[in-house]
Design a protein around this ligand. Structure first.
Ligand code: CAA
Length: 259
């Protein structure tokens, strides 16, 4: 398991994995080493059957202040191209397990983009979100324009990416950029509770829900509804589906085996 100084991984007995970014001296800025570590960790978590849901956090103070700006001082176009950082992000995109971002403090630039790779975003009241790349003569490069657009619409996206302004958790919640706002000291514990609840459900049902919801975003409504219907029907061939329904009538907790 990946467990470096800059990225900590803990897998609990209840099937919840906690991934914690730890570069406090650089406000958790995502340098190449960290992105590589994140990518490898998510690949491992994707295939580890003991893991049913994942919480990603930067700890109590900061989620991530974006890409490491030091990497940008002398970089040329060809160097940036050849870094192929999209492959690191793709490991998170490809992860079939639900991911909850627990955001305290700043989630800026690549940090906001990292949060948007999650399926649920829990934010502490003092969290701050933003895409300030424009202030550096740059623009978002890991989904900032496109994931925001799909999450909060054109006019709120343009406001954030063109002004570079930071917004608080409540405003982000109103825009639809976060799922829930909680007291700062409860961000991680709340995300862990949510992850534990999800981990207690049938992993096949959970993963189908995630897959269909994400794929449906880019399909026509008719195609997406057909995809949803087929996934719904597929679940009837699982032991977990029968177990869930039987447990309901037998007034007991279901015992899901992931089969
Ligand atoms: N990269 C590298 N180092 C960073 C960093 C970053 N993104 N953000 C902060 N740091 C470093 C600072 O340079 C500073 O280092 P020193 O102690 O060696 O001077 C240290 O972290 C602490 O930073 P501050 O003193 O600035 O701390 P603060 O609490 O006053 O402010 C902050 C925090 C608002 C996050 C501020 O540091 C900031 O604005 N950071 C840059 C945010 C940003 O522009 N992010 C976008 C990056 S580009 C990007 O992400 C591209 C992409 O989409 C892929």
């Amino acid at each position: 398991m990946e467990n470096t100084q800059i990225l900590k991984l803990d897998i609990q007995n209840n099937g919840v994995a906690i991934v914690e970014i730890h570069r406090p001296e650089a406000r958790n800025a995502l340098n190449l080493e960290l992105r590589q570590a994140l990518s490898e960790t998510f690949q491992e978590l994707s295939t580890n059957d003991a893991v049913r849901s994942i919480v990603i956090t930067g700890g109590d103070k900061v989620f991530a202040a974006g890409a490491d700006i030091k990497d940008f001082t002398t970089a040329t176009t060809s160097q940036m191209y050849l870094r192929h950082t999209e492959q690191y992000w793709q490991s998170i995109v490809d992860c079939p397990k639900p991911i909850i971002a627990a955001v305290n403090g700043y989630a800026l630039g690549g940090g906001c983009e990292l949060a948007m790779h999650a399926d649920i975003i829990v934010a502490g009241k003092s969290a701050k979100f933003g895409q300030p790349e424009v202030k550096l003569g740059l623009m978002p490069g890991a989904g900032g324009t496109q994931r925001l657009l799909r999450a909060i619409g054109k006019f709120q996206t343009m406001l954030l990416v063109l002004s570079g302004k930071f917004i608080g958790a409540e405003e982000a919640n109103r825009m639809g950029l976060v799922s829930e706002v909680v007291e700062d000291e409860n961000t991680i514990s709340h995300a862990l509770e949510l992850a534990a609840t999800i981990a207690s459900f049938s992993p096949i049902a959970v993963q189908q829900i995630k897959e269909v919801t994400n794929l449906g975003q880019d399909l026509s409504l008719q195609g997406a509804l057909a995809l949803e219907r087929k996934a719904f029907q597929i679940l009837f061939d699982t032991k977990d589906q029968k177990e869930g329904v039987n447990a309901f009538f037998e007034k007991r907790s279901p015992n899901y085996t992931g089969k």
